[in-house]
Every structure is written in structure tokens, then in C-alpha cells.
Design a protein around this ligand. Structure first.
Ligand code: GDP
Length: 493
């Protein structure tokens, strides 16, 4: 993360950055946005077919070479090879002040997007070069030399926001698309980018405004017939409250999709934790052994279960330490259990419940727990687990049976009310706070109405709610908020 001040985001500058991760990849993309984008590209790019790059049509793609002025003539001296490299175009007749002292940096494709139909609503040029670390950096360096400035984190997206192409909710979703770790998360973020969440917020705001206007006229013309109908206002406010709560719930679901659910697998030794962990992971990651206490530490892996990223932890056991190393591992396991959103407590179905099982059953009593009875392929001796709460599944980690039931139980215990992608919304911490505050204002307004307070109070609460919702979409913005949001972006986005 890079720290910067919003004032550094000078909208008048032409900005440039490498949009791809500099690595040994097949392609690298360099983006340029601003007034100088076309003049710069026409100076440094030699198209295969002669044309003036300043005048080419929007949404077109151009093949050619990025050239750099140099004292070292890089083109082959012989006329013939010059022709074959550059096609039929003669270098000296080019419209580019390019002479043989120019050398080829890379063979590229240039796409152009003219204002206002681009990501930033400015003139944008994107150069697809070959991948690798050196070549894209070299091209960027040439662009900067020609008058562009290196873009700050999130500066392209900031321009889209500043020029009104997207609102804050959409800006936030862009980050979530980039960072998505599951397919469900990606779908929800893409939906948000399309503006659906913004539309929903707008609708809620319109509904609040409607009641707000009624309260205004009731305050200004108390003797009028137009004065507020209290029962109707109460009904409307209840609907609004429900919608905001739904939105908050959607924010919570999106948070799980984004950050993943912390799921701990625990159980006494030899119940098959490592075997199950490997089974869920689909690979032999943890050493499985018949000797008690082989897994020494907490191992974390992220897997996807029905589109939910699940951060699973295989614990060494949280029972009595047998030796020093185990003691350390046990402490870590206890900590993992403490922070878990979901616990899979594994029990050995081929044995009756023992002291250790009861200890663990007690420990997870207030947690979101799945009681998983393993080794159902063996004769069953386990009894008395029906009195413990939590989802119950039978499985055999070794024989690979019942795993789907376990996955179903995981899904259901994470999304108790099902997954409502249409309600899901990715919010920054600041946005979540604003939404919560907007909801509190509505509850306040309802309470004032219920208790028969003067309509002025209701009016004020509704006004605050509208202001708080405005913060969500970015109508009310401060430098601090913007800096907070955009410093999470990477350069080039
Ligand atoms: P942990 O100590 O809880 O991690 O247990 P492990 O995964 O190391 O397994 C202990 C032993 O139980 C190994 O020999 C496994 O092969 C065996 N085991 C695990 N799951 C099953 C199962 O579903 N059925 C049977 N029969 N054996 C299992």
C-alpha cells in the first residue's frame, strides 16, 4: 500500500502505468489516460500501415512498433531487411520524425478509446506489449519521458468516479473484482459494478425523500390538509427499515465471500482430521499416521466449497499436551478455535464417546458447529450425540463417502438463510458504517413517530439518514474517505 494525498491526484495530468503484473507473462499492458495520450502515442508508436495516430477512430486496434530515439541505430543497416521488418513503409517518409536513429523497443498492439467513452472518460491508449519485466517498464519510461506522469494507486478509477462514470459503490466493486477469491464473489462484485446496488440505494433514498417531503410540508404548513398522515408514514418507514436491514445483511454475506469463512477442523487424535483435511483439499498435504498426535501444528488452506472460500485449519488437537512441542501446537489450536466462524468437530463413529470428545463437545457448545461422525465404514459404536446441537453428518474420510453431505452442511451453516446474490453488496468499512448509521436514523424516526414526538424530530432523523446514504454512493465525500479507499487500489487500476 502506498500513502498519498488526494491533492496529488491532479486531474489535468496525463497519467500512465503498467496495468499488468510485471512477470514473465505473455503480455504486458501499459495504460495512458489524459489529454496527451494521443500526442504521446503518435510520437512513440510506428504503425505498420501509415496513419496519423492522433486522428484514428475510437475503439480501434493498431499493430506496429514502439520506437525509442537512440544514437545507436538498431534497425539493420541494409535497405532490404529494413523493408521486411517494417513492411512496405519507408522509414524516411514516415510521419513521425523517426529516423534510423530510432530503434524498436517492442512489437505491440495499441488500442485507443476516445473521451468520453473510456474507463476514465478521457482519451485512453492501451499498449499491449510482450510480457516480462523489462519491456513494459521500458515502454512506460518512454511514455513518462514524453510528458505523462506515473499514475498513483487507483488513479484511473478515481478519474472514472470524479467524472461521474461510476459512483463509490461501483468503485468499491472494482477492487472486489480484482481481489475476488471465489466465483460467487466475482459474480456479486460484477453485479455491483453494473450499478444494481447503486439503483437499490437510490430507490431507498427516494422512499425516504417521499416521507421527508411530507414531514417538511407538515412542519411548514401545519394547518394544511397536506399535513402528514402518521399511520402511512409509519408503514413506509417500516418498509425502508426492512430494506436497509436487507442491504446490511447483503453486506455481511459479501464480507464472507470476500474474506472467506474461518473453519476449524478439530477432534481428538486419530479421529481422521488430517485424512478429512486432505480429502477436502483433494491432495496429500498433511501426513496421516496411525500414531496419535502426528500433525504437529495448525495448517491453513483455502478451498472453495460451493463458491464460498473456506479457510480451513487442521489443528494438532486441543487436548492435554504430551510434550513441549505439542504444547505449543495446542496453544495455537486453541487460538484457531477461538477465532473460528465454523467448527467441524470430528468424532470417531467406531468408538464410543470418550472424555476427550466430551471435553471438545463442551468447548464448541456456543459455536457454529458441525458434528461430523467419521469412519462410518466401520461398525458403529458411537452413541448419545443427539443431545448436542449443531448440524450432524456421517462420513468416511478414508472411503470418500458423505463428503458432499458435509459440504452441504458447511454451506448451510455459513449461509443459514441461503445465498442471496441479488442482495449482496461489497462495502468498505466506511460504507458499512454509513449504512448502519442510515438504518439507525430510520429506527430513530420510527421511534419518534411511535412515541408521538413532534414531527420535527422525525424530519431531522430522515434528513440524517439521507445524508448517510449519500456517503454510501459517494455524493458526500471527504478527502480522508477517498484517500482511504483509493490507497487500497494497485497502481494501474
Ligand atoms: P488425526 O489424528 O485426527 O489427524 O487422524 P488421521 O487423519 O491421521 O487418521 C488416523 C487414522 O484413521 C489413519 O490410519 C486413517 O487412515 C484412519 N482413518 C481416517 N478416516 C477414516 C475413515 O473414514 N475410516 C477408517 N476406517 N479409517 C479412517
Amino acid at each position: 500500500m502506498q500513502s498519498f494525498k488526494l491533492k496529488d491526484y491532479n486531474l489535468g495530468d496525463t497519467i500512465a502505468a503498467i496495468a499488468t503484473f510485471p512477470s514473465l507473462s505473455a503480455l504486458g499492458v501499459i495504460k495512458v489516460s489524459g489529454k496527451k495520450a494521443f500526442p504521446i502515442i503518435s510520437k512513440i508508436f510506428l504503425p505498420r500501415r501509415k496513419k496519423d495516430m492522433r486522428k484514428v477512430k475510437t475503439y480501434t486496434l493498431h499493430y506496429g512498433w514502439i520506437m525509442e530515439k537512440s544514437k545507436v541505430p538498431a534497425l539493420p543497416a541494409g535497405r532490404k531487411s529494413q523493408k521486411s521488418k517494417m513492411g512496405n513503409q519507408k522509414i524516411r517518409t514516415m510521419n513521425h520524425e523517426l529516423r534510423t536513429t530510432n530503434y524498436i523497443v517492442d512489437e505491440v498492439l495499441v488500442s485507443v478509446m476516445r473521451a468520453p467513452n473510456s474507463y476514465t472518460r478521457e482519451d485512453v491508449v492501451e499498449i499491449s506489449s510482450h510480457g516480462g519485466i523489462l519491456v513494459s517498464n521500458k515502454i512506460l519510461e518512454i511514455i513518462l519521458r514524453e510528458g505523462a506522469r506515473l499514475a498513483l494507486p487507483g488513479e484511473f478509477t478515481y478519474r472514472a468516479l470524479a467524472k461521474g462514470r461510476i459512483d463509490l459503490l461501483q468503485a468499491e466493486s472494482i477492487l472486489d473484482i480484482v481481489e475476488a477469491r471465489s466465483e460467487e464473489g466475482l459474480k456479486a462484485a460484477a453485479m455491483q459494478l453494473s450499478g444494481e446496488s447503486s439503483q437499490k440505494i437510490k430507490k431507498i433514498k427516494d422512499e425516504i425523500k417521499e416521507v421527508f417531503v411530507e414531514t417538511e410540508s407538515s412542519i411548514n404548513f401545519p394547518e394544511d390538509d397536506t399535513s402528514i398522515c402518521l399511520t402511512q408514514a409509519k408503514r413506509k418507514i417500516k418498509v425502508i427499515e426492512k430494506k436497509i436491514n436487507q442491504f446490511l445483511q447483503g453486506g455481511q454475506e459479501a464480507k464472507i465471500l470476500k474474506e472467506g469463512t474461518r473453519c476449524v477442523i478439530c477432534g481428538k487424535v486419530n479421529t481422521g482430521k488430517s485424512t478429512l483435511f486432505n480429502r477436502l483439499l483433494g491432495e496429500e498435504r498433511v501426513i496421516v499416521s496411525n500414531y496419535a498426535g502426528t500433525t504437529r501444528d495448525v495448517i491453513e488452506e483455502t478451498i472453495n466449497i460451493r463458491g464460498i472460500p473456506l479457510r480451513i485449519y487442521d489443528t494438532a488437537g486441543i487436548l492435554e499436551p504430551k510434550d513441549f512441542i505439542a504444547k505449543e501446537a495446542i496453544e495455537k489450536s486453541q487460538a484457531a478455535l477461538g477465532g473460528a466462524d465454523l467448527v467441524i468437530l470430528l468424532l470417531d463413529g467406531s468408538k464410543s464417546l470418550g472424555k476427550d470428545d466430551y471435553f471438545l463437545l463442551e468447548k464448541v457448545r456456543n459455536k457454529n458447529t458441525i458434528l461430523a461422525v467419521n469412519k462410518i465404514d466401520l461398525p458403529q459404536r458411537i452413541k448419545n450425540i443427539s443431545k448436542f446441537k449443531g448440524y450432524r453428518v456421517g462420513l468416511s474420510a478414508l472411503k470418500n463417502t458423505g463428503i458432499e453431505d458435509l459440504e452441504e452442511a458447511i454451506f448451510k451453516s455459513v449461509y443459514k438463510k441461503g445465498l442471496h446474490r441479488q442482495d449482496m453488496v461489497f462495502l468498505s468499512q466506511y460504507q458499512r458504517q454509513s449504512l448502519r448509521a442510515a438504518g439507525d436514523n430510520i429506527v430513530e424516526a420510527r421511534n419518534f413517530l411511535d412515541k408521538g414526538h413532534t414531527i420535527d424530530f422525525v424530519n431531522l432523523s430522515l434528513k440524517s439518514s439521507l445524508d448517510n446514504l449519500g456517503k454510501l454512493t459517494g455524493e458526500v465525500l471527504t478527502e480522508e474517505i477517498l484517500e482511504g479507499i483509493f490507497s487500497n487500489f494497485c497502481i494501474g487500476k
